[in-house]
Design a binder for this molecule. Structure first.
Ligand code: FAD
Length: 440
């Protein structure tokens, strides 16, 4: 009872989202005399930068996720709640959940990340051209890609076969570039070894981008190096072409129809519902406009961090939607709340320290921009791998990812190529044109 009393008197900090931002905030509060509640709709933290490796069967889901409970096991003042947040009552200071809970807070940190957006065509396009943001997205895409090969192997009509073996990736930011490279590697190197009729040349991988070049956030020379690596792997680049229509048969690009069995969306993200919950001002991408300290204007007890926030520095530059920015924001806000509670000195104003930018193309090439140091090719890939293994949460994952990579590097084997019945049902590859005609 004594314990219950003591904890009832402690300030309550609720963190929604156990991604990079939310976990960093929780960690920065580890010494605070407070009750920290971390709410997430999943029971695991997901390392999104390696999601496309799950989508292309190079890594297993468990390699890139860690149970939130085990991440926070050692933090005595933190508890974990598995539930989906559906709203916030700012008057009563309550977080509302799908499970019917009303969780009271004194300080609230929203770190709910972002989802992809289809420029207003979400309803129609999402099923035809799935994106990858969650583990479910990645396993669904993996099933779709692997099923395309299975069907192509048994298809005798050359046109249908060609369509089945055509993979379109829309959007050439880091995610699209990495996905296109990984699909090319899977289709041209790993898969043909196990099939009888699929040759490395039979697959076609097309990366479509509305802008004039790939990787717009990278320096021009690095983007060019990445483009050359992609082309060397057999990826066709369609630049300066906006997608006009997405259908079950393919896409129309610049008035031309491209048939494809698999279409992946890697263009455009939209922040989660945090702005709506708070009825706060958002930017065009749906991110909550926050102050320099990440608090919501007029609500010093509410913070929004990571991909869900639009945070501008003194010069009006927006914080990028990357993991290091979310982590740094989380640490800053956690330290700020801890200082407020302890009545100690407020931490220095937030200052983003860029960790540089990296993108990998297949298994032996990457572009790395660390400001003064810029790498391409194999050296870039080695640094990229080291950094990603290093930042993976949890020791078990590090060992397992490093081992999987080394194994596939030496043998071209893909460990994660099983498709379960449930995944086949969910993959629901869009029917091919002729099948539709037959059905009609
Ligand atoms: C495919 C891909 C590749 C990427 N590659 C890189 C990279 O190489 N380098 C890099 O720096 N960044 C990369 N990023 C971006 C990076 O992953 C994000 O910037 C980062 O994850 C943002 O952290 P966050 O804490 O804001 O949100 P997230 O990490 O997205 O976490 C949000 C959390 O909130 C939870 N949540 C959401 N809504 C609710 C709700 N209603 N109720 C309860 N819980 C909820 C989610 O389950 C999730 O756990 C990549 C992203 C993707 C999708």
């Amino acid at each position: 009872m004594a314990h219950a009393h003591a904890s009832a008197a402690l300030p309550r900090i609720v963190i929604v989202g156990a991604g990079f931002g939310g976990l960093a905030a929780a960690r920065a509060l580890r010494r605070a005399r407070a009750e920290v509640t971390v709410i997430d709709r999943r029971n695991f933290h997901l390392f999104q930068p390696l999601l496309y490796q799950v989508a292309t069967a190079a890594l297993s889901p468990a390699d890139i996720s860690a149970p939130i409970r085990s991440v926070l096991r050692g933090q005595a003042n933190a508890r974990v709640m598995l539930d989906k947040v559906t709203g916030i009552d700012r008057e009563q200071r309550l977080v509302l959940t799908e499970g019917g809970r009303r969780v009271p807070y004194d300080h609230l940190v929203l770190a709910t990340g972002a989802r992809h957006s289809y420029f207003g065509r979400d309803e129609e396009w999402a099923a035809l051209a799935p994106g990858i943001k969650t583990l479910d997205d990645a396993t669904r895409l993996r099933a779709r890609i692997l099923l395309a090969f299975e069907k192509a192997e048994l298809e005798s009509d050359p046109a249908k076969r060609r369509a089945l073996l055509t993979f379109l990736v829309i959007g050439a930011g880091p995610t699209g570039v990495e996905l296109a490279g990984a699909i090319a590697e899977l289709a041209r190197k790993a898969v043909p070894r196990d099939f009888r009729t699929i040759t490395p040349e039979s697959a076609s991988i097309v990366l479509i981008e509305a802008g004039q070049r790939i990787l717009p956030s990278f320096r021009e020379d690095l983007a060019q190096a990445a483009a050359a690596s992609l082309q060397a792997m057999g990826v066709t680049l369609e630049l300066g072409k906006a997608v006009g229509e997405v259908t079950a048969e393919g896409v129309s690009v610049g008035g031309r129809h491209m048939s494809a069995g698999t279409i992946v969306w890697a263009a455009g993200v939209k922040a989660s519902a945090a702005g709506r919950w708070l009825a706060a001002e958002t930017d065009r991408a749906g991110r909550v406009r926050v102050g320099r300290d990440f608090s919501v204007p007029g609500a010093p007890e509410i913070f929004v961090i990571g991909d869900a926030a639009a945070h501008a520095d003194g010069q009006g530059r927006l914080l990028p939607g990357v993991a290091p920015a979310a982590k740094q924001a989380g640490s800053h806000v956690g330290a700020l709340i801890a200082a407020r509670l302890a009545g100690s000195v407020t931490p220095a104003p937030f200052q983003y320290r860029s960790r540089g930018a990296m993108a990998t193309i297949g298994r032996k090439s990457a572009v790395v921009d660390l400001g003064r140091l810029r790498l391409t090719g194999l050296l870039g890939w080695l640094l990229w791998s080291l950094a990603h293994v290093w930042f993976l949460v949890g020791f078990r994952n590090r060992v397992s990812v490093a081992t999987s990579w080394l194994w596939s590097y030496l043998t071209w084997e893909r460990g994660a190529r099983l498709i379960t019945g449930q995944e086949i049902a969910r993959a629901e590859p869009p029917p091919m044109p002729a099948q539709r005609r037959e059905a009609a």
